[in-house]
Ligand binder design. Structure first.
Ligand code: PMP
Length: 402
């Protein structure tokens, strides 16, 4: 790749690609306002965060204004992994407990702590295995799991099983961390009512609840700015990253005054680059563009349309087992015809054939059979139509050959 603009990327051979996968350039690749904000600030002042500059409180206040009132303290770092690591340290400092509850197939980053709490990594064939201070709970997957959408209260039933784990834990749990839609699990949304049951149970035994919004935050889900809103809960700690600065490395931990106060009693927190003037200028411009270009609304309108197109395709092709997700964060599960057996080969064929047609998506999930689409939020209905039309063509060719 040599250049990019909004939802398009251009390679060294003169090809144009539609990027239906990349959620980091959230408001669009090389968005001119974001680029200008970074360039301007870099030419003016960039410094180690030991110094004082207005952009830090200005950006912090704007960012915190999008959170519920109780979440009113922010720490800036340079990645989702660093945010995750810091969030766990903060949870330890506040609760004085050591055990952590995590979700099956969850992913939270690459630091040692992040790997320890990421089933997607520690449970990999080549992974380190589950550490003894980790308690893992099953993913509330209503498609492949134990309780399915046929059951109105599936979310609650999964939650009841998790609560039993909490109540029978040999030691108190410091924190429970989950993503609102489990990306590496294959875009699996937490079923309705799930967190509403679990959060009080974690708090009751002295722990805190962390929402990992690294993938789902900043309006991507359409109906909500943050994923936890869909579950009608307010976490104690939120971690953000990836889309926050449109590709510039930035992450943050947001928490309550009470938890921040506990953390401040320990050794001082310091990050050389986290929240530097250039990062703040870029972060601020991203928030402005989301507002000015009504990108959350676009994620909702285009996302709903995109999902419907996939659902229509599902009616024609039995290999599409499930279409799920919200806004511009979708997953399409590919199975062997008329059954629940995952078809990784077909999912990969679709992904690779799309790439040959200059459209970029990816696959994920425990069977690697879920097509993932999470494009920049400037994605259009025409872009969505193109992706689905091309998948249809690929499937037509595939079935004609069989
Ligand atoms: N949390 C989630 C949900 C993620 O998807 C990722 C990255 N894929 C991270 C945390 C870690 O972020 P980073 O790679 O920016 O450190």
């Amino acid at each position: 790749m040599i250049r990019s603009a909004f939802q398009y990327m251009y390679d060294a051979y003169g090809n144009t690609f539609l990027d239906a996968y990349n959620n980091i350039p959230h408001v669009g690749h090389s968005h001119p306002k974001v680029v200008a904000a970074g360039q301007k600030q870099m030419a003016k002042l960039n410094t180690n965060t030991r110094y004082l500059y207005d952009l830090l409180p200005e950006y912090s206040e704007k960012l915190l204004s999008i959170f519920p009132d109780s979440l009113n303290k922010v720490y800036f770092v340079n990645s989702g992994s660093a945010a995750c690591d810091l969030a766990i340290r903060i949870a330890y400092a506040h609760t004085k407990h050591k055990k952590l509850m995590v979700m099956e197939h969850g992913y939270h980053g690459h630091t040692q702590i992040a790997i320890d709490i990421s089933d997607y990594k520690f449970n990999n064939r080549k992974g380190q295995g589950q550490k003894d201070y980790i308690l893992k709970t099953q993913i509330p997957d209503t498609y492949r799991g134990k309780y399915t959408t046929n059951n109105d209260s599936a979310g609650k039933m999964y939650a009841m099983e998790a609560i039993e784990q909490i109540e029978t834990s040999d030691s108190p749990i410091a924190a429970f961390i989950s993503e609102p839609i489990v990306g590496c699990g294959g875009q699996v949304p937490l079923d309705d009512g799930y967190l509403k049951e679990i959060y009080p149970a974690i708090r009751k035994q002295g722990g805190v609840c962390i929402s990992d919004e690294v993938q789902t935050g900043f309006g991507r889900l359409g109906d909500y700015f943050w994923g936890f809103e869909a579950q009608e809960v307010v976490p104690d700690i939120v971690i953000i990253g990836k889309p926050m600065a449109n590709g510039h490395p930035m992450g943050a931990v947001i928490t309550t005054s009470e938890i921040a106060e506990s953390f401040s009693k320990g050794v001082e927190f310091f990050s050389s680059f986290g929240g530097n003037p250039v990062s703040c200028a870029i972060g601020l411009s991203v928030l402005e563009v989301i507002e000015e270009e009504k990108l959350q609304e676009n994620a909702k309108n285009v996302g709903d349309h995109y999902k419907l197109l996939f659902k229509d395709l599902q009616k024609k092709y039995n290999c599409i087992g499930d279409v799920r997700g919200s806004g511009l964060f979708l997953g399409v599960e590919i199975n062997k015809d008329n059954c629940m057996t995952p078809d990784k080969e077909l999912a990969h064929l679709i992904k690779n054939e799309l790439r040959n047609k200059n459209i970029l998506v990816s696959t994920d999930g425990p069977f690697d059979n879920v097509i993932k689409s999470k494009p920049p939020l400037c994605f259009t209905k025409e872009n969505a139509q193109l992706v689905v039309n091309q998948i249809e063509k690929i499937l037509q060719t595939y079935y004609n050959k069989e």
